[in-house]
Design a protein around this ligand. Structure first.
Ligand code: SAM
Length: 269
């Protein structure tokens, strides 16, 4: 059996009872470590589970997943995913691949940033399409995600923006010279995301979303030191929300009175 087990957002103890039972009985337990990170490290998880956990990087999850799935034909293998296992497309692909290989699968759900975002007071029912904001490079500055934010905004819907994570990314040099070299891990901040959005707004010059638009920054949601801050997009560019992970929300232009009441607590004015 191949188990996909959600770990939730906060710490080791957020795993469900069913998830923990599976972790304890499996022959092999892997921790997916490139679509999200937990505020606690591998050692804390191993101590809590009382067993070793193998780190599964992008290469293993994308290129070598068939080997893991084939093992799961005869033994029990669990892949632990921070948040909900189906909160990122990668794991849906894995389930499809497992079906093609005839491997039985089971998913254990858990809290995800996709639902925990409501901690800022914005109602889940009023969210539109979620977007991902990628890190720009000198030569690659995509802005198609902004059209989706504008689409949500014009239909009076909120947008959850998930921010780029770069873990074990090959350096440009290693791609051309075929040597194994990786960049230092980096996690996009709310401030960096706001800066990219402001550059798009400036280039387009006719957006309903401006530097005065209210946005909400979220960091380390689900952990004891989580932060929620409501500011204008212009102010958010200079706001430091501390260590990762972080997400940015662009609320709808007209909020429900309850949403407004709640969100006021996170704003300075
Ligand atoms: C690809 S998504 C993975 C979603 C994860 N599987 C889940 O269900 O929550 C990763 C992005 O979600 C956001 N995120 C995940 N956990 C978060 C948290 N605890 N607080 C704030 N943002 C978070 C960040 O923007 C991060 O880069």
């Amino acid at each position: 059996m191949f188990y996909l087990v959600g770990l939730g957002l906060g710490d080791a103890k957020d795993i469900t009872v069913r998830g923990l039972e599976i972790v304890k009985k499996c022959n092999k337990v892997l921790l997916e470590a490139y679509t999200s990170i937990l505020t606690v490290g591998q050692e804390v998880l191993e101590a809590f589970y009382g067993r070793p956990v193998i780190i599964a990087d992008r290469e293993l999850c994308e290129s070598n997943i068939d080997d893991i799935l084939k093992e799961a034909i005869h033994t029990d293998v669990a892949l632990l995913v921070v948040g909900d296992p189906l909160g990122a497309t990668t794991h849906t692909d894995m389930l499809l691949r497992a079906k093609q290989l005839g491997v039985e699968t089971e998913v254990v759900h858990n809290a995800s940033i996709i639902n925990a975002v409501s901690c800022c007071g914005l109602q889940l029912y009023n969210f539109g399409e979620t977007v991902s904001i990628p890190y720009w490079t000198e030569t690659w500055k995509p802005s198609s995600f902004f059209d989706k934010i504008v689409g949500n905004f014009s239909r009076n819907l909120h947008t959850l923006c998930l921010l780029d994570i770069k873990v074990k990314e090959p350096t440009e040099e290693s791609l051309t010279k075929k040597i194994r070299q990786y960049m230092n891990p980096k996690f996009m901040t709310v401030s960096e995301a706001s800066s990219q959005l402001l550059q798009i707004i400036e280039a387009r010059q006719n957006s309903n979303i401006t530097k005065s638009t209210l946005v909400v920054g979220l960091s380390r949601i689900g952990s004891p030191d989580q932060k929620i801050v409501a500011r204008s997009l212009g102010e958010m560019q200079n706001y430091d929300l501390g260590p990762p992970l972080q997400s940015l929300v662009i609320p709808a232009p007209v909020l429900h009175p309850l949403e407004l009441d709640y969100i006021r607590h996170y704003s300075v004015s």
